[in-house]
Design a protein around this ligand. Structure first.
Ligand SMILES: Cc1cc2nc3c(=O)[nH]c(=O)nc-3n(C[C@H](O)[C@H](O)[C@H](O)COP(=O)(O)OP(=O)(O)OC[C@H]3O[C@@H](n4cnc5c(N)ncnc54)[C@H](O)[C@@H]3O)c2cc1C
Length: 442
């Protein structure tokens, strides 16, 4: 019996599995799809995600697939310079999501169980019973990382308040038998507006289209070559010819968030916990950071060493972060409305975002570099422990904590949580911080 069952082998589920495994926890990931996806919703990694992946040695396998290092993010298409962010990675990596998931999956000890959709969940005081792919599994805990239409969320009847989608868009990867004149063959920012074309590998182009036709068609209507052609012709003129639609999907601006990330022994993460318009490149990154926050806390809980309240601090820390992203993406959606009033607001916003202080604040938020939690004083510039332990730098490990905390030489004193956040940076309060984040001494 695994300690933790994870529903969904998207980026969130896979990184949660990785974090748990490196902390010595037995994990089983169950995934609905029979094969790993080669399609990518997201095309970008924000700087904080790059930091985390680099720290865990996962970046090297992603790097060969990187198509661009973009020195800026964007707020509804308004470029936000990242170059002065306090990080070794002051840029977005332009890379297809499928390469990120493949790199993480390749490092899991236990293979993902595919063709195994979760269809039933019950829980009691000792654990969870999950039916996946028609078989019953028992585990101590369940992490629901089964995406925006989360089955686990529905099965548990978990409240998911927010607003329904009002706009409808299509994402499509296409081949072109004729390209519009002047089409950029490298990645430029911002990429926005209906019909933008971004070159992917292998002669594919990514486009997102929206307009009256998409608004009229139902969510389940198939996306046809003709529909994409009409939208691209409207954007680029008759010079563009779609060859094939290789992959397409409809999406919208529904904005919802779970009231509680923890339901007994079930913890929600990633899109299963929050959905919003994918603007500003936030969703994948939010899910990866959920995984990194949850992994070490759940591992300590499984091992029986977690201090009281540690697991609940996952909801306490991560819920406000996603709530803020929902505010940001809602605002970005409004700025994108093609109407003169929204255009006026957009103009004012663009001017305000040129003010260095404003730009820096938005850059910190979009990049994830500015994300912090109560009591945290910063992010560590040292690798976190390979087995997911807290690291104490520049101070002797107090008696009783040896083995629970990794002691390291270093100049600046600090206690680094396994997710890389600094919980103590010298002075009084070390024992209190150890009690809060590491637990009682052995
Ligand atoms: C058009 C578009 C563009 C985007 N661009 C960006 C971007 O540039 N940057 C960014 O950060 N984000 C972007 N996003 C958002 C990002 O793709 C998602 O936030 C991200 O995929 C969430 O990861 P996840 O692992 O939480 O969920 P998912 O990626 O949805 O993974 C969930 C997994 O669970 C599986 N599953 C579903 N049901 C079950 C079940 N019952 N049992 C078992 N398994 C199940 C699914 O098959 C899937 O593999 C974009 C999204 C869209 C739609």
């Amino acid at each position: 019996m695994p300690d933790v069952l994870i529903a969904g082998a998207g980026p969130t589920g896979l990184l949660t599995a990785f974090e748990l495994e490196r902390a010595g926890v037995d994990v089983l990931v169950v995934e609905r799809d029979a094969e790993p996806t080669t399609q990518s919703k997201a095309l970008g990694l924000q700087p904080r995600s790059v930091e985390v992946l680099a720290d865990r040695g996962l970046l090297a396998a992603i790097e060969p697939h990187v198509q661009a290092k973009l020195p800026a993010g964007h707020f509804s298409g308004v470029p936000i310079d990242y170059t002065d962010l306090p990080t070794c990675f002051p840029y977005q990596l332009g890379v297809e999501q499928a390469h990120v998931t493949a790199a993480i999956e390749a490092r899991l000890r236990t293979p993902v169980l595919r063709d195994a959709a979760v269809t039933a969940v019950t829980q009691d005081d000792e654990g969870v019973t999950v039916t996946a792919g028609g078989r019953e599994y028992r585990a101590g805990w369940l992490v629901a990382a089964d995406g925006g239409h989360s089955t686990v969320r529905t099965l548990l009847g978990a409240a998911f308040p927010g607003s329904p989608a009002r706009i409808s868009l299509v994402v499509a990867d296409v081949t072109l038998s004729a390209k519009p004149a002047g089409l950029a063959e490298d990645w430029t920012l911002p990429s926005s507006g209906s019909g933008y074309l971004l070159p992917l590998s292998g002669g594919r182009y990514r486009t997102i289209v929206f307009g009256e036709e998409q608004q009229r068609l139902g969510r389940d209507a198939p996306v046809t070559v003709e529909e994409v052609q009409r939208a691209l012709t409207a954007a680029h003129g008759p010079g563009v010819l779609v060859g094939e639609v290789l992959w397409a999907s409809r999406f919208g601006d529904a904005s919802r968030q779970l009231e509680q990330y923890r339901h007994g022994r079930v913890l929600f993460a990633g899109d299963a916990a929050h959905v919003h318009l994918p603007v500003g490149g936030q969703g994948l990154n939010l899910g990866l950071q959920d995984a990194v926050n949850l992994g070490w806390k759940l591992a300590a809980t499984v091992r029986g060493t977690a201090p009281e309240g540690l697991l609940d601090s996952y909801h306490a820390e991560r819920h406000p972060i996603a709530a803020r992203v929902l505010v940001s993406t809602r605002a970005q959606a409004v700025l994108g409305i093609p109407d003169p009033d929204a255009a006026a607001v957009r103009q004012v916003f663009t001017e305000l975002l040129a003010v260095p202080e404003a730009r820096r604040a938005v850059a910190a938020e979009l990049s994830g570099i500015g994300v912090t939690y109560p009591g945290i004083t910063g992010r560590a510039d040292i690798p976190v422990s390979a087995d997911g332990r807290a690291v104490l730098v520049g101070a002797a490990v107090p008696p009783g904590w040896a083995g629970r905390v990794e002691g390291r030489e270093g100049a600046a004193p600090r206690l680094v949580r396994p997710d890389g956040y600094i919980a103590w940076n010298g002075g009084p309060g070390l024992e209190e911080s150890l009690h809060r984040w590491v637990g009682a001494p052995a």
